[in-house]
Design a protein around this ligand. Sequence first.
Ligand code: 0HH
Length: 196
Amino acid sequence: MGKYQLIYFPVRGRGENIRLLLNDNGVDYEEVNCGPRETWLKEYKPQMAFGQAPCLKDGELSLVQSNAILRYLARKHGLYGSSDVEATMIDILNDGVEDLRKQYTTMIYTNYFFPQPYQMSLEILYNKFPPTFQRSFVDYNLMDLLDALQTLSSTCLENFPTLASFLQVNMAKPNIAKYRETEPFKTRPINGNGKQ
Ligand code: 0HH
């Protein structure tokens, strides 16, 4: 099997959850920077099914939509539970994370407000469906988002102890901790507009 290629901008944005999954599972990939703006508009944007990145190339396959990419990798690398019901629970949680991520990106790019109520519902979900959290692709999506929220407000997880400990445990995993020490990770901004 050839190496995956991850085509994205040099930001965490909607690519970092995919990078975390690949790094934690020791999956080799090549990072392709689709910026700056002129290069993006001329070379890359026209190739993308929805005119947006990230895109994961797996041989002849060109996959877009970050959550679909996460799910594809989850199916291939055993991170999607072990039954239809578990997979559905995982989907529910991932959709909850997506709802919160949309609030976060709206706030960062257009309108500042803090998305506290959604964190509450994630904690409820987390407590209700703990088995799905044993290990799935949602870990990387949630971890990345909680990290961004904590960067925004260092105390924001104080009232959500299970989410805080989830983040702590996952960030301490050896491959994740090692990846977070690399220069590309440390120098990559969270968002494309300098806000974080
Ligand atoms: N639903 C899609 C997904 O989940 C949304 C992807 C998306 O919003 O995959 N892609 C944006 C980049 S993420 C995109 O392709 C935001 C980070 C911005 C980083 C810098 C952008 C520089 C632009 C030249 N945006 C480009 C576009 O829509 O043309």
